[in-house]
Design a protein around this ligand. Structure first.
Ligand code: FAD
Length: 409
């Protein structure tokens, strides 16, 4: 029987695996490999940091969820893909090396969040990108007595060669891989300290490696700058963070910003497992270039979905789900199940939630790609939609079949 390996168990990999299973049933054996048995709903992790949810509320046990839907699960860390030999080499939880052959592989292991590229990270750095970071930040915030908090993202090490086979305007050059969570955290912290009656003790600085939120229209950026003006948030552009110290951060040019608590979305780079793989599978940044069906330009049995794919700019869950679904639909056709394939068109879709103040800003924008949609709408209903989306994701164990109706990124 045809064997399909899916690598990675979050938005991209899960969508690819669940969709393919639904479409092809018993026509293929599907196995998903993820480095941990557990996966977390990432858009909810900022909520963990401000104490309105616990990491356990957002945890899915893949070793139960996947077999329930007929998908095999293997806990293991992918070390490399040998695309010429159709093999994935991985290490099992006990450290032993293992390998697995495939007929098709769908790569969804995301990007590498390079905390090691920031000096001082281990001692002074905080984040919300993974469950343990968010939990650590929550404790830090609970004990924070006041001072300056700097929030921002690290640089994005985007590849450029070879380019994916997609319209050029779909893949803009980005200084940051993803600034939505920075915007969200800046709003959330305002609400958090207001709730704690500590706003007068806290100064917020938001920094960006390029122009902040450059993926949004100039009009939306202006609106954000004016919100920050009203909230007293200092905004610093072109600050490529390199070092975190106890009371300041330093950029690549030696510029400094005061910071008693530094919250960073780390630099994004290609996943080491991909950098270790057959060289012509990846671009010069370590991401996989594909066509619009998410099929590798070099290996016609390798698909790349989500953050691992070089065309998803910025790195968004919304795009990870889209690409996961398209890859599964394309493969289903090849496995003899006639299926309509969605068309990939990038759009920034995200919701910046602010639970303590009971509203969220819902963003939809395609101006970066040459379109003319530019919506940034604050509303109480958007907060409720994000709550519903979180529940939906947890209830389906990450199966986004009804994403079109129930997701509110
Ligand atoms: C704090 C935060 C909040 C966000 N909020 C939003 C939001 O509200 N809306 C939105 O659209 N996007 C959001 N994003 C972006 C979104 O989370 C990512 O774009 C999305 O998670 C990408 O999904 P993915 O499946 O491609 O990759 P990932 O989420 O990175 O998942 C990769 C999976 O593969 C596993 N893996 C990695 N390396 C290996 C390996 N070597 N071997 C085996 N397994 C491996 C990982 O453990 C993980 O389970 C947010 C990002 C962050 C950091």
């Amino acid at each position: 029987m045809t064997k399909v390996l899916v690598l990675g168990g979050r938005f991209g990999g899960l969508t690819a695996a669940y969709t393919l299973k639904r479409l092809v049933g018993s026509k293929a054996e599907i196995k998903l490999i993820n480095q941990s048995r557990f996966t977390y709903f990432r858009p909810g992790l900022p909520h963990v940091a401000i104490g309105v949810r616990s990491a356990d509320d957002l945890k899915i046990d893949l070793s139960q969820a996947l077999p329930e839907k007929g998908i095999e699960f293997q806990e293991g860390k992918v070390e490399k893909i040998d695309a010429k030999a159709n093999k994935v080499i991985y290490s099992k939880p006990d450290g032993s090396a293992s390998e697995e052959e495939y007929d098709y592989v769908m790569v969804g292991i995301g990007a590498y969040l390079a905390t090691d590229m920031m000096k001082g990270w281990d001692q002074y750095g905080y984040s919300v990108c993974e469950a343990d970071y968010a939990t650590k930040l929550r404790e830090k915030l609970e004990n924070f007595k006041g001072g300056t908090i700097a929030i921002g993202s690290g640089p994005f090490y985007q590849g450029s060669n070879p380019k994916p086979k997609v319209p050029e305007n779909f893949v803009p050059k980005a200084d940051s891989a993803c600034e939505g969570p920075v915007f969200e955290m800046s709003l959330m912290l305002h609400g958090y300290f207001m709730h704690k009656k500590m706003l007068d003790k806290v100064k917020l600085t938001v920094f960006s490696p390029g122009e902040y939120l450059s993926d949004l229209s100039p009009m939306s950026r202006k609106a954000v700058a004016s919100i920050y003006d009203q909230l007293g948030v200092k905004l610093v552009h072109n600050f490529r963070i390199k070092e975190i110290k106890e009371h300041e951060i330093v950029d690549e040019k030696g510029n400094k910003l005061e910071s008693d608590l530094t919250i960073v979305l780390p630099p994004y780079a290609g996943n080491p497992a991909l950098k270790n793989s057959t060289p012509d599978l990846i671009d010069d940044g370590g991401f996989i270039p594909t066509d619009l069906n998410m099929l590798s330009l070099k290996y016609d049995n390798v698909y790349a979905v989500g953050d691992s794919n070089s065309m998803t700019i910025p790195k968004l869950g919304y795009l990870a789900v889209k690409t996961g679904r398209i890859a599964a639909q394309h493969l289903a056709n090849r496995l003899g199940v006639p299926t309509k394939i969605d068309t990939y068109y990038p759009t920034i879709v995200c919701v910046a939630d602010n639970p303590y103040e009971g509203f969220a800003v819902s963003v939809q924008d395609d101006t970066w790609y040459g379109g003319n949609i530019s919506i940034a709408q604050p509303a109480a209903a958007n907060h409720l939609k994000k709550e519903l989306f979180t529940k939906y994701f947890m209830w389906t164990k990450g199966d986004m079949a009804l994403e079109k109706f129930l997701a509110s990124w």
